[in-house]
Write a protein that binds this ligand. Structure first.
Ligand code: SAH
Ligand code: SF4
Ligand code: F3S
Length: 464
């Protein structure tokens, strides 16, 4: 397991650049606006960029149109994500016409694809700064150059190193992310992530525990989600994920511990037991299955079978009381037949997910599946996606009934003002519960009795 760290001198330079920008700005507090696409990794990277900007004297702008710096943190997991980004970067042209000193930046996974940065630079001459996933920790130096009139286009190979100690401006709330590893080595045949995020590398367990301690103690978060593309292959010199989970579980003041994503091929019985034995670990697991057909799973290079997946589900359900599963599924992978889809529908019915992210397969240039024979027409993918979503909706509704009359702890997250105003919060299983109440409840934990079901949420009454 590679575990090299960015040179301390390089990070010192980043901090020096932050100080110089702050001096340059003096009393001025320019506004920044960050638009983030894609997964929690990107969300969290944006929090790091926001952290650097705030340390340099920037403040979050209330809206895009009034910002002095607009940054797009892009995703390329599917074609759709890419198209949206191009459209939205285009709109900035108008804002720039009204505010010529506006700084526009584009970064993230999409920029890491061959030729993408150059194409974006040519199409949008007003973009001042383009960088990849490799250059996140160099953001202050690059921003300083842009402020001095340079245009920066800098995309290296995806990062092989870990940058520790950058400031992080976490999104407000009660729940936050902590990275435990970066990159991915799995090369699922449809997926672009290993190409744009580089090889797997794990942070030190001690650094992770310390960060969790800090966010709980100093920033008031009570729920933490440990992040990685495949947390089950976490490895800090032999210290594996179940052990890490047990270490984080000991952090004082932490109430809830979550993690994502788990790859079924690496989900061990030790992890199931750690989930069972750690009181703060929530009764939920996101376990992407991708397909219920063994033939397709093999073509996807997922390296497990549906039978193995069922065994994992049994182990989880036997040991982790009340556990809910969520998943990701792709339909329309090359050569997928109606029979393969039936296998997927059958798996979905048997597992009974509490929610699922479903996608039509999208060709990602450079991946193995992109050049496979037997690509499925878009109309067929669409139709299969609808069939899958219908089955999932059915299973979700069916699974809600078991909650009726039960009592569970919910963390109140906010107020829903559509219709009769209701407070909403989540159970450890991630199920959303609506209750009567007021804003003073936000951020607190309550026991609720479940009294009704909606489509993918529940209704309840506070009982303490
Ligand atoms: N590391 C995570 C997933 C990251 S990507 C894991 O292994 O589970 C999130 C989801 O996007 C994937 O689970 C997959 O369902 C979907 N996805 C990835 N590449 C895709 C593609 N080319 N077309 C459609 N969906 C895709
Ligand atoms: Fe992509 Fe597979 Fe890695 Fe997940 S495990 S990021 S789907 S290659
Ligand atoms: Fe995430 Fe999209 Fe990159 S899903 S890792 S932001 S390609």
């Amino acid at each position: 397991m590679d575990q090299s760290f960015v040179d301390k001198n390089v990070l010192d330079n980043s901090f020096s650049a932050i100080r110089r920008i702050k001096e340059m700005l003096g009393d001025v507090c320019p506004g920044y606006y960050i638009e983030t696409y894609g997964c929690q990794m990107n969300e969290h990277d944006s929090e790091k960029i926001a952290g650097m900007l705030e340390a340099a004297g920037y403040r979050k702008a209330s809206e895009k149109a009034s910002a002095d710096l607009i940054l797009f943190n892009t995703c390329c997991i599917r074609d759709h994500a890419e198209k949206r980004t191009f459209g939205n970067v285009g709109f900035v042209k108008e804002i720039k016409e009204n505010n010529p000193s506006l700084i526009t930046a584009v970064c993230g996974c999409m920029m890491q694809q061959p030729g993408a940065a150059e194409a974006l630079a040519a199409r949008f001459p007003f973009v001042d700064m383009i960088f990849g996933t490799n250059e996140l920790h160099l953001f202050p130096q690059m921003l300083e150059s842009v402020m001095n009139g340079e245009r920066i286009i800098r995309v290296g190979k995806p990062n092989e190193e870990i940058a520790e100690g950058l400031p992080i401006k976490r999104n407000a709330g009660f729940s936050t992310f902590v990275n435990i590893m970066y990159g991915c080595n799995n090369f699922c045949s449809y997926c672009i992530v290993p190409y744009v995020r580089g090889r797997e590398r794990s942070r030190r367990a001690g650094d992770i525990v310390e960060e969790v301690r800090r966010v709980v103690r100093d920033e008031g978060f009570t729920e933490v989600t440990l992040l990685g593309q495949n947390v089950n292959s976490y490895n800090d010199n032999g210290l594996k994920f179940p052990e890490l989970l047990r270490m984080v579980n000991e952090v004082d003041g932490l109430k809830r511990l979550r993690f994502m994503t788990s790859h079924p091929k690496d989900l061990s019985h030790e992890l199931v037991m750690a989930m069972k034995e750690c009181d703060k670990v929530c009764e939920h697991i996101h376990l992407p299955v991708q397909s219920g057909s063994n033939r397709i799973l093999e073509l996807m290079n997922r390296r497990y079978t549906r039978e193995h997946y069922f065994d994992l589900v049994d182990d989880l359900r036997e040991n982790v009381k009340g556990i809910e599963l969520t998943t990701d599924i792709i339909v329309g992978f090359p050569t997928e037949t109606d029979e393969d889809l039936e296998d997927t529908l059958d798996l979905v019915r048997r597992v009974g997910y509490s929610s699922a992210y479903t996608f039509a397969y999208s060709i990602r240039p450079g991946t193995k599946a992109a050049v496979m024979d037997g690509q499925i027409p878009e109309a067929v993918k669409k139709e299969r996606l609808k069939r899958l979503n219908d089955v999932i909706a059915e299973t979700i509704v069916k699974a809600n009934d078991k909650y009726l009359g039960t009592v569970g702890e919910i963390l109140i997250e906010g107020k829903d003002t559509r219709g009769e105003p209701m407070m909403f919060g989540k159970l450890g299983s991630l199920k959303m519960v609506y209750v009567k109440g007021d804003e003073s409840m936000i951020g607190k934990y309550y026991n609720a009795m479940i009294t009704g079901t909606r489509f993918n949420s529940l209704a309840g009454e506070i009982i303490d």
